[in-house]
Design a binder for this molecule. Sequence first.
Ligand SMILES: CC(C)(COP(=O)(O)OP(=O)(O)OC[C@H]1O[C@@H](n2cnc3c(N)ncnc32)[C@H](O)[C@@H]1OP(=O)(O)O)[C@@H](O)C(=O)NCCC(=O)NCCS
Length: 153
Amino acid sequence: MPSPRLEQITPDNVLAACAIAIRPDQEGLVAPVARSLAEAYAQPAVAWPRLIVDDGGPVGFLMAFLDVQWRPDDPADVRSGLWRLNITADQQGRGYGRFAVAAVADELRRRGTDRLFVTWAPGPHGPERFYHRLGFRLTGETSGDQVVGVLAL
Ligand SMILES: CC(C)(COP(=O)(O)OP(=O)(O)OC[C@H]1O[C@@H](n2cnc3c(N)ncnc32)[C@H](O)[C@@H]1OP(=O)(O)O)[C@@H](O)C(=O)NCCC(=O)NCCS
């Protein structure tokens, strides 16, 4: 039974985080971790990046976004959610993705947020069935070429 945990990104684990690699056929579904960390550096108040670690070492990476004004014309529409999720190719299907979503949900609840948003690329090879399985529903919106999902917390 895995007992995963989250670690902050530190000088000791940053290269292990950058080495997290999804399957080659999944490239394009999520940014590489190094790019996510560059974005986190540029937006430290918004980004909440964490390494997902199990007893055997790193198994994935997640990055939440916190309190983002979603549309430029609506200051009241402030959202938080899951920005990036990369589970290492040979560790997929073992519950780490579910753990990651639950961990972000816990963090958002702690911050007083009642909805967890995520966007994903639609299509049979994307993470759509994963998010539906975890209870996300489509909002009917799109963000670029991605659909928007939400989970009530
Ligand atoms: C999508 C991703 C995060 C899922 O992580 P994971 O660790 O493999 O998923 P889990 O093992 O936690 O699965 C949780 C549940 O979703 C289901 N599930 C996961 N992927 C699925 C898929 N492609 N199709 C159908 N069901 C799926 C599992 O069967 C499991 O259901 P269960 O608990 O009832 O058995 C992972 O495959 C990944 O990193 N993919 C590439 C990058 C990506 O698409 N990231 C998301 C960007 S928005």
